[in-house]
Each structure stands twice: as C-alpha cells, then as structure tokens.
Ligand binder design. Structure first.
Ligand code: ZN
Length: 416
C-alpha cells in the first residue's frame, strides 16, 4: 500500500458513493411524481402508462445499484485481492513468450469479466425486460447471441491484443504512439465492416419496400443533401419491442437503418421527423466530432500509460508485483481510469445533450418540430421512459435531454 493506493481507494469510494446517491435520488424523485402525469403530457399519456414508466425506471435504477456494488467489489478483488496476480501466474506457467503470456492474461481477464456479467445480462433480459413486456428473446436466441459475440471478440480481439503487446515490447519509448495508430486503424476498420459483415450476423436487414414512405424519405435525403448506400429495415422486433432508427458505417458503406418496431408504431410524418433528427447529427458533424474526441482522448490516455508503465508505485499501489508484464499495465490502466474519470461524466453527457438539441433544431428546419414531438411522445410511451427523471441524475448521466425540456424546446420551434 502506498499513497496511490489511498488515492485510488478514495476515488473508488467517491465514484461508488456518488452512483448510489444519484440512483437513490432518481428513484425517490420518480416515486414522488408517480401519481400524476405531467400536465404537458396529459393529453397523450395515460396515468397507467406513466406509472409503468415510473416502475420500469425504478426497477432498472435499483438493478443498476446492485451492478455498481458488484463492480466495485470485483475491482478490489482483481487488484488488492490478488486475482490479476493469480491470472498472471497461471499465464506464466502456460507460456514462455512474453507476448503469449500477456495475451493469456488478458484472455483470462476477459473470460472472467464476461462470466461476471452473464447473470446480470440474463436477469435484465428475462426478468426486467420480460416483466414489462419488452423482451421477445428466447433463451436459445440469448445463448446463440452470446456465442456469436464470443467468437467475434476472439476473431478480432486476439490479433489486436497480439499486435498491441508486440508494439509495446518492440517500439521503445514511443510505443504508445504506434499503439494509438493501430487502435485508430482498427476502430475505423470495424466501423467500415460492421454494417455489411457483423450486424447481419445478429439481425436481418431488408431493403425498405417501395412506396410512399420510401419516396418521402428519399425526398428528405435530397433536401438535406445526404447520400446513403441504402435504406434498410431491421427485424429489431425479434429481440425487443423497443424501437429505434440509426445510421451505420461511413463513406460507401453508409446505411440508414430503421427498426421494424419504429416503422410499425409511427406514421410517415413522424418517421420523417425522426430521420431528419438523425440526419441532423450527421450533417452537423456530430458523428465525426465525437469520433475525433474519442481518438484524441485515447491518445492522451495511451501517452499517460506510457508514463505509468515503468513506474513501480503504479503496480505496488494496486497490489500487483513489479516488474510486471506489459499486459498487466494495460489491464490495470483500463480498470483504474474509469474510477478517476467518473466525475467527468456530466461533461460528456452535457456535450451529447447539446448535440441532441441541435439535431432537434435541424429536424424542425427540414421536417417538422410538431411531428417530432408526436414521435417522441409515442416513443417515450412505448419504451416506458420516465417523463420525470431526477434533474441531477439526468444532468450526470443522460445523453438525451429530459422529456419535458426537450418537448418544450421543440414546441417553441414549432410555434415560429
Ligand atoms: Zn439524437
């Protein structure tokens, strides 16, 4: 134990305490507003739907609390509890080569994390989502998804890990710069192949049928000056009744994807307005800017890891022997950074909410604010999203503005 241990434990207590406190505020706030639908939503949302949303949000938040506590315990087990050290001892017994030993350590960690997460994922799907009528997945489908995800993670993860460990061992003091280049290349590659090669392993994508909806969408695309290589409808209803629309890929592989659940619930005006919002994200460069941020932050973190990698206090402070394998430095860093950056979470959320407002304005300009309001209210209702989040909880975490503020802004745009 050293000063860094104390700092790390303090940060962990603060982050965990904050999470629990925000969750309890959120649940209490939702409970307090459970008995009446907020006035501005009263015409479209019944008390029954409002209460379902309140209960769904409360249950999910309480479940998140359990997850937070388990995560903190696991983190302590891995570090001070000596579990990572044990994994490393096993890996060293199996392999002589530094790279293979490191890859085995990361592999053991990945399998362990996946196993810890499994009961949570199972409970979320078959207890919570099922209880509120959202889940459509069978157990066979859940297991098949799991196996596919594991195969994909191995197929793409193992070569990436081997490349990173090789660079860390061979490239001297500037290894982090080389790793960053590989990381950026890998991310761009994954984004490029995702729509055509990975997403179809999980869902069916049918080209949108000819008809009035497709014509309207194409007219909107022309109006916004947007070119895509296809409009697709995805069988999201196979897994869940939650609806969505999104863009994937970039350049030549750029696609617009609608969940079938969205198409079946919204009318053509509303679908157009939702699409205009999504186009807004694209046209206002939100997507590119977010990517640039991600790459810049990962460069900063890799540089920081470059400094920590050979510092004995970093390992000793986390209960691990020094000198240690490069893979150990990577794992410790990935585990510890989120604890220290937790308090930056509100900034990330605020940045995202700013983009949401801008995309709403774009939709108001190119389509219709009033139709977007109608669509959002339907989606809030269908997804049982709470209309009354705790303001502080929302400010901390939410990527989208609270329903009432977002709708009020859109209504003022509609009035102009
Ligand atoms: Zn958005």
């Amino acid at each position: 134990m050293n000063t860094f241990s104390a700092l790390f434990l303090l940060a962990l207590v603060i982050a965990t305490g904050m999470r629990l406190w925000l969750a309890s505020r959120h649940v209490a706030y939702i409970r307090r507003h459970r008995e009446a639908v907020p006035a501005e939503f009263a015409p479209q949302i019944t008390l029954e739907a409002h209460q379902k949303a309140a209960d769904y949000s409360s249950v999910r938040t309480r479940f998140g609390t359990v997850h937070t506590l388990v995560d903190a315990a696991i983190l302590l087990l891995l570090t001070f509890g000596g579990l990572l050290q044990t994994f490393d001892t096993w890996a060293a017994r199996w392999f002589d080569s530094e790279i293979l030993r490191g890859a085995a350590l990361i592999g053991l960690f990945a399998v362990f994390s996946a196993l810890v997460d499994l009961p949570f994922s199972y409970y979320r799907t078959f207890s919570i989502e099922a209880r509120f009528g959202f889940n459509k997945m069978t157990r066979a489908m859940w297991i098949a998804d799991l196996l596919k995800a594991a195969l994909l993670a191995s197929a793409f993860g193992v070569p990436l890990v081997l490349a990173v460990l090789w660079l860390m061992g061979k490239m001297g003091a500037l290894w982090w710069l080389y790793v960053w280049v590989v990381w950026v290349g890998f991310s761009v590659f994954m984004m490029a192949i995702y729509p055509a090669f990975i997403a179809p392993l999980f869902n069916r994508f049918a080209p949108m049928q000819e008809g009035s909806l497709k014509q309207r969408i194409e007219a909107l695309l022309v109006k916004c000056g947007f070119r895509s290589s296809g409009l697709f409808v995805m069988d999201g209803s196979k897994r869940s009744t939650h609806g969505n629309a999104y863009f994937t890929g970039f350049g030549k592989t750029k696609r617009i994807v609608f969940f079938d659940t969205l198409i079946s619930r919204l009318n053509e005006n509303e679908i157009e307005a939702v699409l205009a919002h999504e186009l807004g994200h694209f046209k206002l460069h939100h997507v590119v800017r977010r990517m640039a941020w991600t790459f810049a932050v990962s460069l900063l973190f890799l540089w920081l890891l470059g400094l920590l990698k050979d510092a004995a206090w970093f390992y000793h402070g986390l209960g691990v022997d020094f000198p240690a394998a490069n893979a150990m430095a990577l794992l410790l860093f990935v585990l510890v950074v989120p604890v220290f950056t937790f308090l930056l979470q509100p900034l990330v959320a605020m940045y995202s909410r700013k983009h949401e407002f801008e995309a709403d304005e774009y939709a108001a300009r190119y389509s219709s604010a009033r139709e977007l309001v109608n669509a959002l209210v339907k989606l809030y209702k269908d997804n049982a999203s709470t209309l009354t989040p705790d303001p502080l909880h929302s400010a901390f975490y939410d990527s989208h503005p609270p329903a009432s503020i977002r709708i009020a802004k859109l209504q003022s745009l509609a009035a102009h």
